[in-house]
Design a protein around this ligand. Sequence first.
Ligand SMILES: [Zn+2]
Length: 659
Amino acid sequence: MRKHFYLMAMAIVVLGFTACTDDHDNTVEPVVVTDDKPFDYEQDMDLTVRPGDNFYRYVLGAWLDSDNPSPSMYMQIQNKMNAVFEKAVSESADPLMVTVRQQVEQALADDSHSVVLLRERLQMLEQVETADQMYAAFGRLHELGYNPIFSVKSVADAGRKVVGVLTTGAMDRTMQQVMTTKQSAYVEQYVPKYCAMLSSVGYSEDRIQQIADHAVRVETMEQQAFRSNFSLLKAPELALTRVASAENEPLLEQIYSLMGMDYHELKDKVEVDNAGLADLLNLFASAAHDAETVTTLRDYMIYKVMNLDALMLPSMYKTSAAIMSEEAVSPLKYYTYQMMTETVGRENIYRDECRDIMEQMRRLFIERLDGLDWMSAATKAEARKKAEQMLFFIGYPDEWNEAMHPQTGGTFLLETATQIRQYANKIALLLAGKSIVEAGWDYLLTFANFITDNACYTRNTNALLILPAWLTEPRFDATKNEATLYACATTFAHEFCHGFDGKGSQSDAEGNETDWWQAEDKAAFQAKQQQLVTLFNLLEAFPGQPANGEKTLVENMADFGGMVLTLELYKRHLLQQGFQSREMDDQIHKFFIAYARIWQIETERSLEALQQQYLTDEHSAAHVRINGMMRLQDDWYRLYDVKPTDKLYLAPEQRVKIW
Ligand SMILES: [Zn+2]
């Protein structure tokens, strides 16, 4: 029934709004080009909603209201990626992985070797009484790759340099996930869970409670620092503040030497991160004259050892072969990324298709730039340079770098896991001092996970990264109607346009912070951004709450450019293929629906989640993204018969034009 209605509605729209181009005198029938590949989204639509009132609900209303909804695209991708990781670690024939799997089997039968090693490490920590002993234990744990409290990572800095950055300590995978979804209250439940396992190596209840209390305190501070750290790894420029002052230099020197590194050697490359990290630095320093802090940090390190190892110790924790293997290799991001790429199969990651679209996008952006009436030739020249020099990192590297592979392997699981962590630390430092152009994927895969469902633009390198989740089925699927592929391309173009959003436009082709705008062009650009802010303020983040156009401006700007460029590119592509009026409109129609489908996400089914997103996210809620963009597209008005009485209607002169 729904399907029938949908097809009828589609036919009416197409007939009603496409100029008839049939030439009645011509006896030769024109060749009609169509795209008959599957486009089966109607079951989630609510055709009782007027597209012009709420396009998101029109496309997804049935799914939003369903008591038994199918998993969203996001959920499907997440499940797929988790399955790929499991498959990779349980089936890869790589020697290290084979060794790990054998040792996991051994440990499942008898993990006493690992437990003895763990006890040794805990004992070393238990003996800590003075500040000097605490600092020495901190250094020893760093040698062993635990990275408690602090770690040093390679991060890209302005001018496309990779620099060593002091940042928060190691965090297990679950905690990282928790932090990216910002549920910080989780720390208080999570930390005691790991501390409780100490009972199986003889710790008393009271002592465990004490360790947990201390660990919660420090872990909470770690989380504060990590919040910025997370954005730092994603987009370093957001979080880097230059606080390597004369005042804290001696402390940094001490920390680096404890971590086995020479601060002076790294000095010009070293930056300290955020205020959260400064609190940790102060705590660390105060241990020198405060016995209570010595105890707190010692206990935190005990927790940290448990936190990073417990999942590999079946006699202490109910675990599984898959989890144990994943825990052991997960610090090696480059290695796991490579393994997962090979597991999915390069041919199933549509890298070249994406690269091709992106190169066309770059040319189209430059072409449109030339035609802009609000920008002077001088500013255009700089913008063009920036677009031309933007680096694209898409999917996976042309060749894997064997130097990023660990030649390692202990005689039992915890020993091997330790060596793996040590190797991952070594790699992270190796890259400091290189340029992003030479370090490329080696650098990106110190932090990017294959499993991450994301794409990002980094302005201090003027580079974008598109991860495989965006380039594989079910999202980017060559067997589906091409409109769905171009809908995905709005995200690729979105990342490109971050180079020219309110923040991206403040750095140049090389990623240096430079004002390359002529004053009057900048004023015009800012006025256009202000128009976008005003328009988004008119939409609702959730019922009764106006959206925050100011806070979401950067992302809305990227969405705007992404939509405008992709729609134009898609139209050109259709023309090239020989699509004509009615069939062409039919495809653009599908493209808009597929665009809304890209943002099918569970958050939209929960008021609480939308409220949380409003508070914490710089992205607009999905329905705001879709409705906010649709109402700026002239084609959408034409194809969906949007009238001045419809809620999303904007008069033509109100539809912002930027690129
Ligand atoms: Zn973005």
